[in-house]
Design a protein around this ligand. Sequence first.
Ligand code: GLA
Length: 327
Amino acid sequence: MRSFKAAILAGTFAIMAATNVFAADVKIGFIVKQPEEPWFQDEWKFAEQAGKEKGFTVVKIGAEDGEKVQSAIDNLGAQGVQGFIICTPDVKLGPGIVAKAEANGLKLMTVDDRLVDASGNALEDVAHMGISATKIGETVGQAIAEEIKKRGWDMKQVGAIRVSYDSLPTAVDRVEGAIAALKAAGFPAENIYDAPQAKTDTEAALNASTTVLNKHADVKYWIAFGLNDEAVLGAVRASESVGIPASNFIGVGIGGADSAINEFKKADATGFFGTVIISPKRHGYETALNMYEWVANSKEPEKLILTSGALALRGDYEKVRKDLGIE
Ligand code: GLA
């Protein structure tokens, strides 16, 4: 009897040892597609804050293409990481990322950009945190439409730059949300010009927007929207380079990190009229914490969390940030 009890006890301890990971032993990977972008810097910062509070380690890796993603995951596996969060440079890498994670025995969650399969359908089994893209895009479009009316422009004489990155579903949802709101406000669809960016950074957006502006040099008033602040800043820089005054340009971005704030801080207003502030704290801190809970306490994360945004303009961004509890 005694030895039977002892066997059960030993078994129980063995199970506990296998499932109960101590915080200090938890290592979480956090891979991002564009490490130089302030949004991703902030995500990393907040993931590390969660790590500090709970006592786990965050391994940060930047991976700008598919090959780097593959080696980053192997690298995490070799370092004894138990799980990772990724914002992939290409959502179509989805099945490959899932396979690589499994091969390395790593738990997987995604942030910002949701993985898709070969047919373009979201990999719904992979836990994801993203923004409410359509709704946030609508907020962008409404803000622009309101400002057009305030400035007394005739919508028929306004050109719109749709800075696009159509291989990324969240980018499509954001710009289409903006377009829906603009159309609802009476903006003519034929005045919307596509400016496809080769990469999701400011330089690529500047190049794409310059082409549109040169092609329609007769248009006096312009508006711009896109995936993020970088996209809209590229359009604003393009407008400046062709001599469009700030008072003839309304650009509204998405993000609210340093790229936008530094623009608002400029002594003279630019064509960057506003941004919808989204939360790198939720995307960095919360995803890291959720991964930690999964690794340490076997608590599975929610499959889909969509976060919201708040419009901020040059004149009120400090107040909006304060209300959101930023700084
Ligand atoms: C995408 C964009 C980023 C940021 C995030 C927010 O990844 O490329 O700039 O907007 O979405 O989820």
